[in-house]
Design a protein around this ligand. Structure first.
Ligand code: PLP
Length: 361
């Protein structure tokens, strides 16, 4: 704390991202990045754009990128918003669409831990809704909670949820949307390509209160480029543009825009690398089971698992000592669990053999 700070800073608990270790030899399975590289077409486009034109500002509206995203999803350009990673998009969503006096925003008690951080930063009232005993989201609980509160300021959750990896079928979200018409429902589809039904088809009917966020950081293997986007009714997008243009006109650089367009257009690369991760996930979960781990069903590029006889924090530490980094959250209800990103087959085998040794100690 410094006397020069805005006093509000003292009460913030900023989000703590997973470690980005410098040691190259480490097996890094802690932040849900892709183990495979991005589309070679994206890399080529970035290399080609790496020239003197970088002296100029990028297109503040990222029109070509929005056009590519709209075409990819079969939507209109005015239904697309882009930002510097979906974290930035989500920040604008909280401020622009989820802040309503006396109507708290609802999200699961166990979910992406950035949501409460945005609420704190922007002074947004929120209430959490418990996941059920199987760690799944129960859409009816949101309607019930909203009734108790006399209305909500919005509902947001990832589908599949993080860090549990559990997904909801589109039909359940469609029902929630129909029964929650007075606020925006935001579905964060950061991990949707790994086996969950996307809600994007619902946007073809242009509902006024559905917003969906996507990122290029996971299945498109471009976490380093920082590109995310939101899809929804043009009125919601206009609201987000007002926030963005009151904060930073140029959130996406030229290289990010150009690389993202090529990545979005390369469906084959996406299909190949996501399918590899899904196949590895199936084998990995089976082998974890043989070591005595209980793993939640996952439709993400990570699994959430625990061992009934072993302390999760100690397992994480023992793996760290063997050069393997995974994630453990010291959060109530999930202290027993470990979140493990799906890497290559070789990385998962190295993890399994390290776990095999550790469990025998
Ligand atoms: C559920 C969820 N949403 C959004 C993000 C943000 O992704 P990015 O800012 O890289 O687009 C993450 C990152 O881990 C996430 O887990």
């Amino acid at each position: 704390m410094s006397r020069f700070w805005n006093p509000d800073l003292q009460n913030l608990s900023p989000y703590v991202p997973g470690e980005q270790p410098k040691l190259e030899k480490l097996i890094k399975l802690n932040t849900n990045e892709s183990p495979y590289g991005p589309s070679p077409k994206a890399l080529a486009a970035i290399a080609q754009a790496n020239n003197d034109n970088l002296r100029l500002y990028p297109d503040p509206d990222a029109k070509d990128l929005k056009q590519a995203i709209a075409k990819h999803h079969g939507l209109q350009v005015n239904q697309v918003f882009v930002g510097n990673g979906s974290d930035e998009v989500l920040a604008h969503v909280f401020l622009g669409l989820l802040k309503h006096p006396n109507r708290p925003v609802l999200f699961p008690d166990i979910t992406y831990s950035f949501y409460p951080v945005y609420c704190q930063l922007f002074g947004i009232d929120y209430q959490t809704v418990l996941l059920n005993s199987e760690f799944a989201i129960e859409p009816n609980d949101y309607l019930q909670k909203s009734k108790e509160l006399g209305g909500n300021g919005g509902i947001i959750f990832p589908n599949p949820n993080a860090p549990t990896g559990r997904g909801l079928p589109r039909s359940q979200i469609e029902r929630l949307l129909a029964q929650n018409q007075n606020s925006v429902v935001v579905i964060d589809e950061a991990y949707v390509d790994y086996g969950t039904e996307s809600c994007v088809p619902l946007l073809h009917n242009n509902p006024p209160n559905l917003l969906i966020t996507h990122t290029l950081s996971k299945s498109r293997a471009l976490a380093g480029l920082r590109v995310g986007y939101a899809l929804g009714h043009a009125d919601l997008i206009t609201g987000l543009e007002r926030v963005k243009n009151s904060f930073n006109s140029y959130p996406l650089g030229k290289l990010a825009q150009i690389g993202a367009i090529a990545a979005i257009e390369d469906q084959t690369h996406l299909d190949v690398i996501t399918q590899k991760v899904i196949t590895t996930r199936t084998h990995f979960v089976e082998k974890l089971g043989k070591l005595g781990f209980k793993t939640l069903p996952s439709s993400a590029n990570f699994v959430f698992t625990h061992h009934p006889q072993h302390d999760a924090a100690s397992l994480q530490q023992a793996l760290r000592e063997r050069g393997i980094v995974i994630r453990h959250f010291k959060t109530s209800r999930i202290e027993k669990y470990l979140r493990i990103t799906i890497g290559t087959d070789e990385q998962m085998d190295a993890l399994l053999s390290a776990l095999g040794e550790i469990l025998l100690l």
